[in-house]
Design a binder for this molecule. Structure first.
Ligand code: PRP
Ligand code: URA
Length: 214
């Protein structure tokens, strides 16, 4: 993206196909959760492109060769609650990753993030932190999460979202130009309530079935 140098928007056909199903208002929570998981896996795969590897000798049935292993110690930081749905897919990709939960919710009136849970240890124990949250709207929650991680001692951080609004990307990149952002889509804008348009609605409610019943 020319306007946003550190923003990576996936152009993979499988991502685009699944994203349209995810956005569809008739998609029910079980399929929605499956799609969040599948798209997360694909975004995680792309975000790991520059992860460090180390050599690892492997004995195949025919001979010994130099294989590779993931050398970066990776920390997954799901933002509760909607980020929870992205964790399993990432752990499939990176089984040795550690998971540090961070609870932030957006105050509906001020749209400012409120921290209510933090399970990070005293100091950073990983080389690369991947923040997981389906939605990057105003950017308040993501910026707060990045600040928490930087104060904790994290030096390499990536943000992985399913859908971002330009407003949120701008806010995060102004405050944290060193943090690459990986998304499945960059949408048009926020509405007056801070929802991403066209978006998918409330990612937490749609995953966990807690939305309006009408
Ligand atoms: C959603 C989403 C992000 C945040 C994005 O969470 O999962 O964390 O909003 O908005 P922002 O970029 O304007 O900060 P929400 O506050 O709805 O909490 P929930 O996951 O518990 O539903
Ligand atoms: N959080 C969501 O779940 N959806 C939005 O569109 C914005 C914030």
């Amino acid at each position: 993206m020319d306007d946003f140098p550190g923003l990576h928007v996936s152009s993979h056909p499988a991502v685009l196909h699944k994203l349209a199903l995810l956005r569809d208002e008739t998609t029910k929570p079980p399929q929605f959760r499956a799609l969040v998981r599948e798209i997360s896996w694909l975004l995680g795969y792309e975000a790991l492109l520059d992860a460090r590897i180390a050599s690892r000798p492997v004995t195949t049935p025919l001979e010994v060769m130099e294989g590779a292993r993931l050398a970066d110690r990776i920390g997954l930081v799901p933002i509760l609650r909607a980020g929870l749905g992205m964790v399993d897919a990432m752990l499939e990709l990176m089984p040795t990753a550690q998971v540090w939960h961070l609870g932030l919710f957006r105050d509906e009136r001020t749209l400012r993030p409120v921290e209510y849970y933090n399970k990070l240890p005293d100091s950073a124990t990983v080389d690369l932190c991947l923040i997981l949250d389906p939605m990057l709207a105003t950017g308040g929650s993501a910026s707060a999460a990045i600040e928490v991680l930087k104060n904790w001692g994290a030096t390499r951080i990536k943000l992985i979202n399913l859908i971002a609004a330009p407003e949120g990307v701008r806010t995060v990149q102004r405050a944290h130009p060193d943090v690459p952002i990986h998304v499945a889509a960059l949408d048009r804008q926020l509405n007056e309530k801070g929802y991403i348009m066209p978006g998918l609605g409330d990612a937490g409610d749609r995953q966990f079935g807690t939305g309006r019943s009408d």
